[in-house]
Design a protein around this ligand. Structure first.
Ligand code: F6R
Length: 257
């Protein structure tokens, strides 16, 4: 299902409301979370919504999608650091319920296996929040990743390194590898919301709209999922066929309460 809103603010509000709805319905929810610039306003809205509705998150569990190999939790560009800055510092989710892949693990393969296993032990993901790379990656599953993949180490593509080096003052510090949840791990989530905003996502969203399910376009794996919502602003939807957009336009979401 597609939802298209006029503004990034409305998109973020909608995605936050979906997360909030899951937490309210399932106080022990297991949430799959993403990072990146798209999610900054989503988490800001989620914090606002949680506060307004006085929701307790002390029994929520989270698993992040990915982490750079070689960056410690304290590194300002690590996804660990990002999550605490944008979300976790403001919430009372117990530390033992917060999970991110360990990019500093001495045995990365073991760390990957244990990440997938821990999700299963915790009962699987109730909700997976996703962004999308300009090359169609989800998590850091780059084009040609097997749709049967589990958590694994990836060599980031030149496109992803170029896109994400904008966050690094010294471009040479941009890691070349990352750990990511696999595509099969993502597909096993009960509910998936993919968010894309801005004109730089228009081409990939049009490609995804027209694409078959094909490992060349990782996000196309999601087309097999029974509970997927793709949420776009007008700019990210600007290369979709006009009739498709008109049918999927949503009105601004109501406030959280
Ligand atoms: C981040 C992640 C990536 C990003 C994608 C878009 O945890 O999994 O797939 O969602 O690279 O990033 P932004 O939002 O920065 O355009």
């Amino acid at each position: 299902m597609y939802k298209i809103f006029d503004t990034t603010d409305e998109v973020s509000h909608y995605a936050a409301a979906r997360l909030l709805g899951t937490i309210k319905a399932i106080p022990t929810a297991v949430l799959g979370l993403a990072t990146g610039s798209t999610m900054v306003p989503v988490y800001a809205q989620l914090l606002r919504g949680l506060q307004q509705a006085a929701v307790d998150v002390s029994t929520v569990t989270t698993f992040n999608l990915d982490e750079y190999v070689g960056l410690s939790a304290g590194h300002a560009q690590s996804y660990h650091y990002y999550m605490y800055q944008h979300l976790f510092n403001e919430l009372n989710i117990p530390a033992q319920n917060i999970h991110l892949p360990d990019g500093m693990a001495s045995n990365l393969d073991e760390a990957c296996q244990s990440y997938t296993d821990t999700i299963k032990i915790r009962g699987g993901l109730d909700f997976q929040l996703l962004g999308i790379g300009t090359n169609g990656h989800i998590g850091f599953n780059e084009p040609q990743t097997s749709f049967a993949s589990r958590t694994h180490v990836v060599e980031l593509t030149a496109q992803t390194r170029l896109d994400n080096s904008r966050f690094f003052a010294d471009k040479h510090e941009m890691p070349t590898r990352a750990i990511t949840l696999g595509i099969l791990d993502i597909l096993e989530a009960k509910e998936i919301v993919l968010v894309a905003t801005g004109r730089n996502k228009a081409d990939i969203m049009a490609e995804l709209y027209h694409s078959e399910i094909d490992e060349a376009l990782p996000a196309s794996a999601l087309k097999q999922h029974a509970n997927l919502t793709i949420v776009l602003d007008r700019e990210a939807a600007s290369a979709l066929p006009r009739e498709a957009v008109e049918k999927k336009i949503a009105s601004a979401p109501a406030d959280f309460l």
